[in-house]
Design a protein around this ligand. Structure first.
Ligand code: NAG
Ligand code: NAG
Ligand code: NAG
Ligand code: NAG
Ligand code: NAG
Ligand code: NAG
Ligand code: NAG
Length: 886
């Protein structure tokens, strides 16, 4: 996935003409060319624009995470789990250093300084067997649903928490004595406060003892926003106008708008959800839309009209769409309220994660909304639904006074409307019929902050950091549905994904994220457990350049290492470059002199000069004897993301090869090779290894040790006979290796459907005419076993033994996460027509026959969108009927 979209992100590295060449530079460029010339200029411009040339980018197309970190490479992670499942409810109390966790059938109190330190306290609270049976008898799944899933867990008073669980579809609530960490005596009926179904969206808040909840209540799943306490309970209205339509709630927040209010305003509670839409829409019916709704804390319902109903309920649409495409992300997944800021609640920002409602598009977006824009929508025009029309349209009649849906302010009080029960009937009647605002809430900058295809984001949490430049930056932690966490930085309204981290070996959705300032950690709730991860692990970056390139605002280079900025009191000699990610390092700092590795090959053989770049954003550049190698020059070179391949080498290609990593406009020398291509072998003065340790040809190819290097010095009286024997052994071993590789290759050709790593070397260049040949250089271990790779031994067919220098700080980047399931037809058709001479390194070079390559792997996003837009004109996706009504 990444490799197909690398081009737009390699801004700095390629010259400006790369933008123009972009369309042709994708693998299997014949297809891309076709799509680019076929779609309107605008769409192509959209793609080009994202390279920063020549247009200003509208939206970054699929931002590539700079570093990919697999589970095994996580630094400083602590894990907590028990026999319970579904650790989805988290309550962090940073001051006391306790993280409360609500799981399935259990609650935990964990020490935030290390959740895995063994000091956890547990409350077992499981639904009794008869309730489970009852639940199962009503048609529910007794393996996943008929349990006590903790949904609500909040601080009630200084000594107690309040919690609610689904209790096998018989919700119950209880107080928790935090001193002893046990349930206080007596349960409370929970059916009015808690969802029955553990999978239904639920949100709840305790605000000074008042309890607000929103979910689909009861077995028949009626959505409602409620104030459960104090009595009387307030609800939303269902007749004649349903205020909520199959709403699926994702979050809520209280904003203390009464504090220092010049107009005597009230505190407000905001609710975020996705619901079925029946609004008038210009182009296509959007069956679901994202919404924000709000109520006032001081609401007491109406006297006669709207008795025990909200009088301050208003809702508005949240829009998150890609401009120019008219492509809307309609499914709200998670909202994070960033309340910090000197300006108080007026500075509040809502970071929202959206998904697409089209099942065949796996893509997510993050949009940022300001409270000002939300307020503006709530003080604008209303929508109405006329008897004659099934859809909502703008209300253009007279709005009664005082303004319907408002909180009680000083202006109301001046007219003797002291509380909601004083409101006149005509106002209440208006509220009843006009809950929806005409104006939509648009994201800041009118576009998503982040757009990512192939990923379903599930949760978001945002931290504010002050960087060395004195500015504050927002760092976004975004969880995916398959157990990854993206750490992204917002730099002047553009996004840079610093790292993508695989948090769980077993793919599972990230269900909750909270950030602890005290511990400088992010806590992650998932199905299998809770994970504590430091906000940064700077020492992962071992060179100054790596530290600067990463643009992590938590990290800076201190002259000897990359470390957390907060560790230093004297920051004068720290280096960091958030904005450009390229300045501050001396050209040689952090890097020792590089010893060239030697490669000798017979004329006509292929040589792979490995050069793994640790950054997904870097591009390789190679020089031969100091002069630049053209990427796809005639000399038979192939430059890939993992190395340089010399195909059918010729003696004049001997020389010193240097591999540079080019990132943010800076070239960093990564590795050098001294290559000699010789006409025949014999003149080479080489020292064979001792025959005592013949390598086993049966081991995994990727683990094969180099059979020839390093070679211990040989004694002088080595007989020719033993040399001969050694050659025979060697030939046998190599034949064995060839055989194993061939078997693996064949296996690979049949079993590998989806896996497609970055490890491909692209053939034929961008100027090919209609489906050029494609060379794929595949790493066997990353394809079949699917396990992370370690450092591979260098050159199996290294004929001149000598050096065995292993660069300590250049771990090969791990393979990217599995490509998304949208592309099911993988590379099975790429059986090699030519199996080239294998040159060790556990690599097999495949040459695909000249094919027209119609693999669905290579659909462009433009094509995909066009298809979707086409499709949904014809078949508006219907809503799934609600299955939960029993
Ligand atoms: C958490 O652990 C730390 C270190 O072991 C300890 O100092 C602290 O008191 C513990 N906190 C709680 C709330 O138990
Ligand atoms: C679920 O119900 C089935 C049928 O009654 C029963 O066989 C099974 O043991 C139950 N499973 C669990 C986990 O209770
Ligand atoms: C907190 O609430 C619980 C449950 O209502 C009650 O028993 C306890 O006394 C309260 N504690 C304080 C300090 O008010
Ligand atoms: C709880 O975890 C199990 C196993 O991981 C999963 O199948 C189930 O869907 C989860 N339930 C909820 C409500 O998340
Ligand atoms: C509202 O409150 C003011 C003063 O608090 C009082 O004078 C007035 O009578 C009240 N009006 C109503 C309708 O209760
Ligand atoms: C670093 O760069 C400067 C000028 O760009 C050059 O004079 C100097 O020799 C370089 N140092 C090293 C160690 O390459
Ligand atoms: C590179 O330099 C080496 C030694 O200095 C020389 O033998 C070789 O021919 C040169 N290669 C090229 C392509 O100039």
């Amino acid at each position: 996935m990444r490799s197909r979209w690398q081009c737009p992100h390699k801004r700095s590295a390629w010259n400006p003409s790369s933008a123009a060449a972009c369309c042709g530079a994708f693998p299997r460029s014949g297809r891309m060319k076709r799509s680019c010339s076929a779609v309107p200029l605008l769409l192509c411009a959209f793609l080009l624009g994202s390279t920063g040339y020549p247009f200003k980018p509208a939206v970054d197309v699929d931002v590539t995470p700079r570093t990919t970190i697999l589970c095994s490479g996580l630094l400083g992670a602590q894990r907590f789990s028990s026999s319970a499942l579904n650790y989805s409810t988290l309550l962090l109390e940073d001051e006391t250093g306790i993280l409360y966790v609500g799981a399935r059938g259990a609650l935990f109190a964990l020490n935030t300084s290390n959740i895995a330190d063994g000091s956890s306290r547990t409350i077992h609270w499981e639904a009794p067997a008869d309730k489970k049976k009852d639940c199962h008898a009503k048609g529910r799944n007794n393996k996943t649903e008929c349990f006590n899933h903790i949904r609500f867990l909040q601080r009630f008073n200084e000594t107690h928490l309040y919690t609610c669980g689904t209790h096998a579809f018989h919700p119950l609530c209880a107080y928790i004595d935090t001193e002893q960490f046990r349930l206080s005596s007596g349960f409370e009926e929970g059916s009015e406060k808690c969802s029955y179904d553990p999978a239904k969206g639920y949100t709840g808040l305790l605000v000074d003892g008042e309890m607000y909840t929103a979910t689909q209540y009861e077995f028949r799943s009626v959505p409602d926003i409620r104030r459960n306490t104090p009595q009387p309970m307030l609800k939303t209205e269902e007749t004649p106008t349903r205020w909520l339509n199959e709403a699926d709630f994702v979050g809520s927040a209280v904003l203390r708008e009464s504090v220092d209010s010049s107009i005597g305003d009230d505190d407000k509670i905001y609710f975020f959800f996705t619901e079925k839409s029946d609004e008038e829409s210009s182009s296509f019916s959007q069956s679901r839309v994202a919404r924000v709704a709000r109520v006032c804390r001081g609401d007491w319902g109406g006297q006669w009209t709207l008795q025990k109903k909200w009088t301050s309920f208003l809702k508005a649409r949240l829009v998150c769409s890609i401009p120019d495409y008219d492509f809307h992300f309609n499914i709200l997944r998670s909202v994070f309220v960033r309340e910090a800021g000197a300006g108080g609640w007026q500075d509040s920002l809502f970071y929202a994660v959206f998904g697409s409602q089209w099942k065949n598009v796996k893509a997510s977006a993050v949009c940022k909304f300001s409270i000002k824009d939300i307020q503006e929508a709530f003080s604008g025009a209303y929508m109405e639904k006329q008897e004659s029309s099934p859809e909502w349209s703008r209300y253009s009649g007279v709005v009664p006074e005082p303004r319907p849906g408002s909180c009680i302010t000083d202006a109301f009080r001046a007219k003797s409307f002291n509380m909601s029960r004083d409101l006149p009937d005509n106002v209440l009647e208006f509220i009843r019929r006009h809950p929806l605002m005409f104006q939509q809430v648009r994201p800041q900058e009118e576009r998503p902050l982040l757009f990512k295809r192939g990923v379903d984001y599930t949760r978001i949490a945002v931290d504010r950091v002050t960087a060395l430049d004195g500015r504050t930056y927002d760092v976004l932690f975004i969880g995916t549905d398959d157990g990854w966490l993206h750490k992204a930085l917002e730099i002047s309204s553009k996004i840079h994904i610093i790292e993508e981290m695989q948090l769980f070996e077993e793919p599972q959705p990230i269900e909750n994220l909270v950030i602890s300032q005290q511990q400088r950690s992010v806590f992650v709730g998932s199905q299998s457990g809770v994970l504590q991860l430091p906000l940064s692990a700077c020492h992962r970056y071992t060179s100054c350049f790596d530290c600067i390139f990463t643009r992590d605002p938590y990290c800076s280079w201190d002259g000897t290492g990359c470390s957390e900025t907060t560790l230093h009191t004297d920051r004068s000699n720290l280096t960091q470059d958030i904005h450009n990610g390229n300045s501050g390092c001396l050209n040689a700092s952090g890097e020792g002199p590089l010893l060239p590795r030697k490669r000798t090959v017979l004329r006509g053989g292929d040589v792979l000069l490995q050069c793994e770049l640790s950054s997904n954003l870097a591009v390789p550049a190679w020089t031969l004897n100091g002069s630049e190698l053209a990427s796809y020059g005639p000399g038979g070179y192939r430059i890939g993301t993992d190395g340089l391949l010399i195909v059918e080498s010729r003696p004049e290609q001997s020389g010193n090869y240097s591999c540079y990593s080019v990132e943010n406009g800076v070239r960093v020398l990564v590795r050098t090779y001294a290559v000699s291509v010789c006409a025949e072998l014999l003149p080479q003065p080489w020292k064979p290894p001792t025959p005592a340790t013949p390598p086993a040809p049966t081991s995994q190819p990727s683990e094969l040790p180099s059979p020839l290097a390093p070679a211990p010095p040989r004694s002088e009286y080595q007989t020719f006979r033993s040399m001969e024997g050694l050659y025979i052994t060697l030939i046998t071993v190599l034949a064995g290796v060839c055989f194993v590789l061939t078997v693996v290759l064949l296996y690979l050709a049949f079993c590998v459907q989806n896996r497609r790593g970055r490890y491909s070397i692209q053939g034929s260049g961008r100027k090919n005419r209609g489906g050029g040949s494609l060379l794929e250089l595949q790493t066997i271990s990353s394809n079949c076993a699917g396990k992370p790779e370690g450092e591979r031994p260098d050159g199996l067919l290294q004929i001149v033994p000598g050096e065995a220098q292993v660069s300590p700080n250049k771990d090969p980047p791990p393979p990217p996460p599995l490509p998304s399931s949208e592309f099911t037809n993988g590379i099975s058709a790429t059986l090699p027509s030519v199996l080239r001479k294998m040159n060790g390194n556990s690599y097999v070079l495949l040459r695909q026959s000249e094919s027209k390559s119609t693999s669905p792997l290579y659909h462009s996003f433009t094509e995909e969108l066009n298809k979707i837009l086409e499709k949904r004109k014809q078949t508006p996706l219907g809503e799934k009927p609600d299955e939960s009504s029993v």
